[in-house]
Design a protein around this ligand. Structure first.
Ligand SMILES: NC(=O)c1ccc[n+]([C@@H]2O[C@H](COP(=O)([O-])OP(=O)(O)OC[C@H]3O[C@@H](n4cnc5c(N)ncnc54)[C@H](OP(=O)(O)O)[C@@H]3O)[C@@H](O)[C@H]2O)c1
Length: 253
């Protein structure tokens, strides 16, 4: 299946690298499109209209506010529409691309290394189009989680799509704390990031049971328990809740 990416920015690049298909690419910035197309072994295309004409499925990777403008340019040529636009519902996508099968994903940046999480909601006509093939292609970039109710996509976006940035901030904060005790900053970041990767792998192997992991590391009265008490008392859970609330509120405006 020939994919046509509309927008060659950060997320399009990460996703396309994870999928690894020689795709067609269009972007307002033609050099950007050319660079990504070359990297993918694909082809840059001059206009969104030409891209839609030639692609089996277009992938909307522009900014959400450009939905109508891009749909006007495509002007009924798209056979299949895949969207990664935040805060744009399948209803809105179907209104912009009437009669076309629509597939909505919210991906995250680790898709680039094949370890993404992609939350998925099918549009009303999904079964009429190449749903299985689309899921196979996007599944190459990581784990697909299908949401039964599209209303859950905003909280999902907060904890899987925005959260690589949140988790990076946590890594920085721990590295800074180590640096305050003399650990070199680059060494600290490496220690934390490798520990995150190891913790993630361990949790996946053990049924994502975070509570048991905590109990195994934190013996009662020990040093880890003292650290955990500080994190809880100083508001880590409330800070996470506030971050998710802020994302959901903005995405639903
Ligand atoms: N970044 C993430 O982690 C993430 C995660 C999940 C979903 N998303 C979604 O992914 C989409 C892209 O986000 P991003 O972070 O990759 O943004 P980005 O880096 O700004 O990429 C968007 C690209 O689309 C181009 N563009 C604008 N108008 C266009 C048009 N009419 N035709 C073709 N290309 C056009 C932009 O060009 P200019 O820069 O010249 O305007 C830019 O290169 C957004 O809808 C966002 O909601 C992003």
């Amino acid at each position: 299946m020939k994919l046509g990416l509309i927008g060659a920015g950060n997320m399009a690049s990460a996703l396309a690298r994870g999928i690894g298909e020689p795709s067609l690419v269009a972007d307002i910035d033609r050099e950007k499109a050319a660079r990504l197309a070359q990297e993918l072994g694909g082809e840059p295309v001059e206009s969104n209209a030409e891209l839609a004409e030639r692609a089996d499925a277009i992938v909307l990777c522009h900014k959400p506010k450009q939905l109508e403008e891009v749909a006007r340019e495509v002007d009924g040529r798209a056979k299949v529409v895949v969207s990664i636009l935040a805060a744009v519902t399948t209803d809105r996508l179907e209104a912009a691309y009437p009669g076309t099968p629509v597939y909505r994903f919210i991906p995250n940046l680790p898709a680039e290394v094949g370890r993404g999480v992609m939350c998925y909601t099918p549009g009303a006509r999904a079964a009429e189009g190449p749903e299985r093939e689309i899921l196979e292609l996007f599944g190459r970039a990581g784990t697909i989680i299908t949401l039964d109710d599209e209303v859950l996509i905003e909280p999902a976006m907060a904890i899987m799509s925005c959260s690589p940035a949140f988790i990076a901030l946590v890594a920085e904060a721990f590295a800074d704390a180590g640096a305050a005790h003399g650990l070199a900053a680059d060494l600290g970041v490496r220690m934390v990031v490798e520990t995150m990767a190891g913790t993630a792998a361990y949790l996946a192997e053990h049924g994502y049971d975070t509570e048991t992991l905590r109990a195994r590391v934190a013996t009662p009265g020990g040093a880890t328990e003292r650290g955990l008490i500080q994190l809880e008392e100083r508001g880590l859970p409330e800070a996470c809740r506030a971050a998710v609330d802020a994302v959901v509120e903005m995405a639903r405006q």
